[in-house]
Design a protein around this ligand. Structure first.
Ligand SMILES: *Cc1c(COP(=O)(O)O)cnc(C)c1O
Length: 418
């Protein structure tokens, strides 16, 4: 049997990830492979660390990608600081809060959760009160909750955690590079990002950063003897520290010895992915962080204006809307999956459904990174209108595109850069 050459359809990807990859990133991915200790390669590693610090707005020494999808970064951060019995507080406002809870439980944490209705976020004071009550070692929470399209304000929580010696770990996978995140100013101790969301790089890496407070915890844990000898293979324990980190692959102390000046061998760095990430970061920094956030806001506004003009209703509290994900209520008696299929089959546009209680009730439209472009917004609105009419949904025909175009022309008048 012979197989044909790979020939994937061209799609307009309007989901909350993975999103369309910038052509410059695709080109960077095909750059020749280098050895992992080749100085030409280690200097690329250092550049990526430097660019990540700028993206995260941090002076942290440690900012590097973990190889694996975003959850590898979440798990690396949590498993490196959680010791069995540690109290962790997880405020949950959507699906990814449950993921944080599950990972913490797997590593033996004593997990305390608090929940609010999906579509809402917490008042920061409510979280602070709970931290005061529980006195956890770690508070782990999501910033941009993709499942509900909400964004949790954090700046007050970080300050309280810092004063009270609590570590604040934040999953910012869906928000980094699409909306403002200030690691140092908001007193975030550990933060995890993703590549396939607003960075517009394929899935497969999890850029993270953490400060010296987290590093201190990691350093206090029992070490594995490593170096030139085969002791690494024997995993011989040294020191009298606290319990050893339960993962080799995700052990941040080993990862930082590899990314840092010691360059101790750990895994083989994912060369091509790092090329892609480097180009993705270069694009972000070239565009400028504030300009990039403004662009995400503008296209979000055009999308929202179009959806509402069509007569659709948005899901969730608008005050805490995540700018990179828009949740739309599925009109009554409409088959949500049939609409999604028709969008894909007839127009090549992918939009997302949601999880759990929201499955079949909302669609989620992402405006992330390279997918977040005017032509994509207009195409999606036009196609959705047509598909809904085919599904006998009463919409206000012709209004959506006009409303979106109005948003764009008003923005031009206000000289917002597109
Ligand atoms: C997408 C996402 C993740 C998981 O990312 P993977 O790359 O699929 O592991 C985690 N948290 C949030 C908020 C996300 O949006």
């Amino acid at each position: 049997m012979t197989y044909t050459e790979l020939n994937t359809p061209l799609r307009t990807i309007m989901t909350p990830g993975p999103v369309e990859v910038d052509p410059r990133v695709l080109r960077a991915l095909s750059t020749p492979v280098l050895g992992q200790f080749d100085p030409a390669f280690t200097s690329i590693m250092n550049e990526v660390m430097e660019m990540l610090r700028k993206l995260f707005k941090t002076k942290n020494e440690w900012a590097f990608p973990v190889d694996g999808t975003s959850r590898s970064g979440i798990e690396a951060m949590l498993c490196s600081i959680i010791e069995p019995g540690d109290k962790v507080l997880v405020p949950i406002f959507g699906r990814f809060g449950h993921l944080l809870t599950e990972i913490c439980e797997r590593y033996g944490a004593d997990v305390y959760t608090m929940e609010c209705p999906w579509g809402e976020v917490f008042d920061q004071q409510a979280i602070i009160d709970e931290i005061h009550k529980v006195k956890p070692k770690i508070t782990a929470m999501v910033h941009g909750e993709t499942s509900t399209g909400r964004m949790q304000p954090l700046h007050k929580i970080g300050g309280y955690c810092r004063k009270n010696d609590v570590l604040l770990v934040v999953d910012a996978v869906a928000s980094v590079a699409g909306t403002d995140i200030r690691v140092d100013e908001w007193f975030i101790d550990g933060l995890i990002a993703g590549t396939q969301k607003c960075l517009s790089v394929p899935s497969g890496m999890a850029p993270i950063t953490y400060n010296d407070r987290i590093e201190k915890v990691i350093a206090s844990r029992k070490k594995v003897e490593r170096g030139i000898s085969t002791a690494a293979d024997k995993a011989e324990e040294i020191g009298r520290g606290r319990p050893m980190i339960k993962s080799n692959y995700l052990d941040l102390s080993m990862l930082q010895d590899y990314w840092g000046p010691r360059r101790l061998n750990h895994h083989t760095e994912a060369t091509s992915m790092l090329y892609g990430l480097r180009e993705g970061l270069r694009l972000v920094l070239d565009e400028g962080l504030e300009t990039r956030f403004e662009r995400h806001r503008l296209h979000e506004q055009a999308l929202v204006a179009g959806l509402q003009a069509m007569g659709l209703e948005l899901f969730g509290n608008p005050e805490c809307k995540l700018p990179t994900v828009t949740c739309v209520k599925v009109p009554e008696r409409t088959d949500a999956e049939s609409v999604r299929s028709m969008m894909l089959d007839e127009f090549g546009i992918e939009i997302a459904s949601s999880f759990g209680e929201l499955q079949g009730k909302i669609w989620r439209i992402g405006t992330m990174g390279y997918s977040c472009r005017k032509e994509n917004i207009l195409f999606t609105l036009g196609a959705l209108e047509a598909v809904l009419i085919r599904h006998h949904v009463t919409v206000a025909p012709g209004k959506a595109l006009q409303a979106a175009l109005d948003t764009y022309s008003t923005a031009v008048k206000e000289t917002i850069k597109l």
